[in-house]
Structure formats: C-alpha cells, structure tokens
Design a protein around this ligand. Structure first.
Ligand code: SF4
Length: 334
C-alpha cells in the first residue's frame, strides 16, 4: 500500500507532501562497510532508498537504482535482515558501530519509516553496538527514551547551516526548518547529549555571510553542542544537472560564480567533483573559525570533502583511514 508522507508533528496544518513511500524488499546486506574517511571501520545503514527532504544538492538521487522522483523506497525486510546479519554465526569481523543516513534520512516524517528506524536502532543498541546518526529531520519523542537508555552508545549530530529562509526554500525544500532542528538539539541536551553540528554544505554568498554566521554561533551559544564541522558545497555532474533543472536563474549565477573553474578533483569515489577555488574556501573557513572562536567554539574543516586543504577529522575518536581503507563514498550532507 502506498502512503503519503506527512510533514512533522503539525501534519494536519501543513498537509501531506506529494511523496509516496513504496515498500520494497532489500536485496543484499543492509549493513555495508562504510569505508569513507573518518567513518571507515563503521558500517552504514539506510532505512530508505531516496529521501523526501529533497535537498537540491543531494547526490543520492543520481544512483542507478534511485527511485523515481517524489518516491521513497522503504525496505520492508530491513529489521529482519539486520538481525540476521548482526547475529550471523558466520560473521568474521566485529561490527564496531553503525552510521545511519549516508544516502537518506531516517527521520523522514512517515510513520512506517519512523517505525523501521526505531526498530533498527533498538536492534543495534540492544547488542551493545555504537550508533552514529546525522540528521536534518525532527527526532520524534519516543526516540529520546531509547537514546536515554543507551546514552554512551548513541552519537547524534545535526545538519545545520546559518539560517537563510531563501536558502531553505530553494535548497532544502522539505527538510525541517532551522528552528525545528534547534529543538532537536534542545531535546538532546535535555537527556544529556551535546550533539555534533555539521555545517554542510555551505553555499558561498548565501549561507556564509558574516552577519548570518555571527547570528548562527550566537544562537548556538544557547545550547550544549559537541564538535562543529564545516564544508563548502562541491559539485558532481548529477548535482550540476539538478541545479540546472531546479535553480532559479539568480542562484544558478551564484553557483557559477562559486565554481569559476571546471577542474575536476577526486572526492570519495567521484573523480568528477568540482570544488570551490582553494583560496576562496581557505578564506571562508578562516572567517568561520574566527567568528566561531569569538563565540567560544572551535570549528573543524572536513578533510574528506576538502582533500586539497589541511582539514580535520570530523570524528575525533576515529583513527585516520589506513591505505587499504581509502574513502569510497562520502556521507551525505544530512
Ligand atoms: S542531503 Fe540528506 S536529507 Fe537531504 S535529501 Fe539527501 S539524504 Fe535527504
């Protein structure tokens, strides 16, 4: 049965999004070794294929097996397969931790998605395995009870960039608002977490202006947050295509200005990634670090997404990837 996605807890007021959730059977393992950068040594898990938050810069929709537009595939056998994989007597390597949301967001506001997310998280936590979750979604109340019961095993992070309403409407049309994500932080604080903040992707001239950054860090002062990581947007062919198709002309121009060169770099598995000129990024990151410092924060630059800069590891408790563990795919911007 197809069911529409509802928008958050105030769904009756805001109506139903024009997206369908289609149950599908997951073929192959649900847990996949996440061999990217700081997350190497962990396993990744996605509850859905496709993501109704519909961020315009999301490259997950370009995968060959991506669902059609306005459709999300929900793995109906996910928890069963997860349990089978975790409890397999043939497992050779220990699963140290599971990272959610490398190509989707597990807190899309659909009851079936949230139910699968809860069951998957519970299955993992009950086995004493660490759970890393980076989200732009609203974390529903029942999850806070689950997280409280496994305080030291859950490592939450929130995707958050300086608040610019124009950016939100154009770049992250269906994702929760800045205020809703702050509420997540507040709720996590209440049960004892200081969640990490991932400022990714920053868009030059839109979300990296001094006044917005000052307001951003001033706002964060009211919360208990852990490490803050930043990265500017990068362009892959599929993202460029999406921009071409969906961005209003003015914003296409802004993106063109930010990417004056068509030189390609290798970022993760993509050899066709275009980066903002190193001088601009360097200047931008320095400005962000300085403003953050003024408000008492330290900001790290994501090394994985800035291979040509001296960056930092996003997860301080993760070791540097070894030669044979070089990045394959980067986490999304969730
Ligand atoms: S970037 Fe993340 S939240 Fe946005 S559509 Fe992609 S998977 Fe969903």
């Amino acid at each position: 049965m197809l069911r529409k996605i509802i928008r958050g807890e105030d769904a009756p007021l805001q109506g139903v999004l024009d997206w369908e959730v289609v149950p599908v059977k997951k073929k192959g393992p649900v847990l996949v070794r996440a061999r990217f950068g700081c997350l190497s040594s962990l396993h990744s898990l996605n509850i859905t294929r496709g993501c109704s938050f519909d961020c315009i810069y999301c490259y997950a929709r370009s995968f060959t097996n991506s669902p059609p537009r306005k459709t999300v595939y929900l793995y109906q056998n996910l928890v069963q397969e997860l349990t089978r994989q975790l409890d397999s007597p043939f497992r050779k390597t220990r699963i140290k931790g599971v990272v959610f949301n490398t190509a989707s967001d597990c807190f899309q506001p659909h009851p079936d998605i949230l139910k699968a997310t809860f069951e998957a998280m519970e299955t993992i936590l009950l086995r004493g395995i660490d759970l890393h979750v980076l989200t732009k979604g609203v974390i529903p109340k029942p999850f806070f009870g689950l997280f409280s019961d496994h305080l030291s095993s859950v490592k939450p992070s929130i995707g958050l960039v300086p608040d610019n309403p124009v950016y939100k409407v154009i770049f992250e049309p269906n994702a929760p608002s800045f205020v809703e994500r702050l509420k997540n932080i507040e709720n996590l604080n209440r049960i004892g977490y200081a969640p990490g903040i991932r400022m990714d992707p920053l868009i030059p001239f839109l979300t990296d202006q001094t006044d917005l950054l000052e307001l951003f860090f001033k706002t964060l002062k009211g919360f208990d947050v852990g490490s803050i990581t930043v990265s500017y947007i990068h362009l892959r062919p599929a993202i460029r295509k999406e921009f071409q198709y969906r961005l209003p002309e003015l914003y296409k121009k802004i993106i063109q200005l930010a990417f004056p060169s068509s030189e390609y770099h290798q970022v993760g598995t993509s050899t066709l990634t275009r980066l903002i000129p190193v001088s601009l990024r360097h200047k931008g990151y320095q400005k962000i670090k300085d403003i953050a410092h003024h408000f008492g924060f330290t900001v790290r630059v994501c090394q994985c997404k800035n291979p040509d800069l001296q960056g930092d590891l996003c997860y301080s408790d993760q070791s540097q990837p070894s030669e044979e563990n070089l990045p394959e795919q980067l986490p999304l911007f969730t």
